[in-house]
Ligand binder design. Structure first.
Ligand code: HEM
Length: 347
C-alpha cells in the first residue's frame, strides 16, 4: 500500500506551506514515511506497542539508548517520571521563577551595556538548565561543562564514526559527564530559538506588541509596592501573552518533526501497511501550516487562539503521547519571563 504514496526528496518546498498527505522518502539513511495528517500523527505518537523512538544512530548513542529506547513502554513511564520530576508541574516550576528571573535580568542588563552585536540569548537557556538540574548560581559547574555543550550539539547531527577527528568521537567523553542532563540541555536550546522568534515576530507586528505590553504593564500596576519580581499568579494572568507564544510556536514549529520506527509491520487505519524498520516522521511543520486545520496559516494571528478548537493532532509542537515534551511548561515559562522583562524595559 505504501507504494501508492508519493515519493519526495528532502523536506523543502512541499511541506513548508502545509499539505495534507503521507509521503515516502529516504531520510537519514532509512526508508521513511513523512506524515502530514493529524489523526495519523497522533496514532503514531501514541501507539508505543508498534512504534518506538527512531532518532539517528548518533543521537541514540550520545543521549544514551537507555534513556530512549531500551525500556518497555511501561518501564519507561516510571523512568521518565523520575527523570523529569524537577521540571513538571506548576509547583515545581514556581520554585524556579526567581532563579530564571535573575538570570534573564542580569543577562539583559549585561547585553544592553555592550556596544557591539552579541549572540543574543544562547547562553541563558544553558544556564537555566544547569540551574534547574544542578543549582542556580552554580558558576563552577558552568565553567566546567560549558565548553562541552557545542561539542555535544555538533555530534548529535554527525555520522556515528568513533575515530579521532570525527565529531561523534569528540563527544563520547563529554557525554559521560553530562549524561543526566544532556537531553534537557539540548532540548532547552529550542526555547532559545523560540525566544528569538518572539522578538522578531513582535517587532514585525507593532499592534500585537502594543497589546502585549499593555497587558504586562497592567500586571505590574496591580502589584503591591512591597512585591519584587514576578510570581506564578501574575504569570497565570498573562492571557494574551500565552496566545502570542502559542502562535509563535505554531508558525515557527521549531521541532519540525518527531521520529518513530515501526518494530513490526503495522496496518494504519486499514489504509496503509508500514513495513517493519521504516521510520515515521510526524511532520508537525506541515500540519501547523496546513490551511485545512489553521486558516491563513502563514499569518501571525494570536487572537486565533481565543476559543480555538484545534483538531486532535493538528497542534503538536511538543509532540504527543508518552513522549510529550516534559520541558513544555518550563519552556513556556522561560519565554514568558524573558518577554516580560525584554518588552517592558528594552528596545
Ligand atoms: C520551545 C521549546 C521546546 C520544544 C518545541 C520542544 C519539543 C519537543 C518535542 C516535539 C519532543 C517530543 C519528541 C518525540 O516525541 O520524540 C520533546 C521531547 C523532549 N523534550 Fe522538549 N521541547 C522544548 C523544550 C524543552 C526543554 C526546555 C526541555 C528541558 C527542560 C525539554 C526536554 C525534553 C525531553 C527530556 C524530551 C524527551 C522526552 C521523552 O523522550 O520521553 N524540552 N521536546
Amino acid at each position: 500500500m505504501i507504494d501508492n504514496t508519493e515519493s519526495v526528496r528532502g523536506s523543502g518546498g512541499y511541506f513548508r506551506y502545509g499539505r495534507t498527505g503521507i509521503y515516502k522518502t529516504h531520510l537519514f539513511g532509512k526508508p521513511s514515511i513523512i506524515i502530514c495528517i493529524p489523526e495519523m500523527c497522533r496514532r503514531v505518537m501514541t501507539d508505543d506497542q508498534h512504534f518506538r523512538v527512531g532518532y539517528s544512530t548518533s543521537f541514540m548513542k550520545l543521549l544514551g539508548s537507555e534513556l530512549l529506547a531500551s525500556y518497555s513502554p511501561e518501564e519507561y513511564k516510571g523512568v521518565r517520571r523520575l527523570a523529569t520530576a524537577p521540571i513538571v508541574g506548576h509547583n515545581s516550576l514556581a520554585e524556579y521563577i526567581d532563579g530564571i528571573e535573575d538570570l534573564i535580568m542580569n543577562s539583559l542588563d549585561e547585553w544592553s551595556s555592550m556596544n557591539h552585536p552579541i549572540e543574543l540569548l544562547k547562553e541563558i537557556t544553558f544556564k537555566v538548565m544547569i540551574g534547574i538540574f544542578l543549582g542556580f548560581n552554580n558558576n563552577s559547574v558552568i565553567a566546567k561543562v560549558g565548553h562541552l555543550f557545542p561539542i555535544m550539539s555538533n555530534a548529535l547531527i554527525s555520522l556515528p564514526v568513533n575515530v579521532q577527528g570525527f565529531a561523534f568521537h569528540k563527544a563520547l567523553k563529554p557525554r559521560r559527564k553530562l549524561a543526566r542532563i544532556i537531553q534537557s540541555i539540548v532540548e532547552g536550546r529550542k526555547k532559545t530559538v523560540a525566544m528569538m522568534w518572539s522578538v522578531i515576530y513582535l517587532t514585525e507586528h507593532p499592534h500585537i506588541l502594543k497589546k502585549v505590553k499593555e497587558e504586562q504593564e497592567e500586571i505590574i500596576q496591580a502589584r503591591p509596592p512591597s512585591q519584587k519580581g514576578l510570581n506564578i499568579r501574575e504569570i497565570k494572568q498573562m492571557a494574551y501573552l500565552v496566545k502570542v507564544i502559542d502562535e509563535i510556536i505554531r508558525i515557527t514549529t521549531i521541532t519540525f518533526t518527531t521520529f518513530r520506527e515501526a518494530h513490526v509491520d503495522v496496518n494504519i487505519n486499514g489504509c496503509y501497511v508500514i513495513p517493519e524498520g521504516w521510520r515515521l516522521l510526524s511532520w508537525a511543520r506541515a500540519v501547523h501550516l496546513d490551511p485545512e486545520y489553521h486558516p491563513n496559516p502563514q499569518q501571525f494571528i494570536p487572537s486565533r487562539w481565543e476559543d480555538y478548537n484545534v483538531k486532535v493532532g493538528s497542534f503538536i509542537p511538543f509532540g504527543y503521547g508518552s513522549r510529550l515534551c516534559p520541558g513544555m511548561d518550563l519552556a513556556k515559562l522561560g519565554i514568558t519571563i524573558f518577554l516580560h522583562y525584554f518588552l517592558l524595559n528594552y528596545k
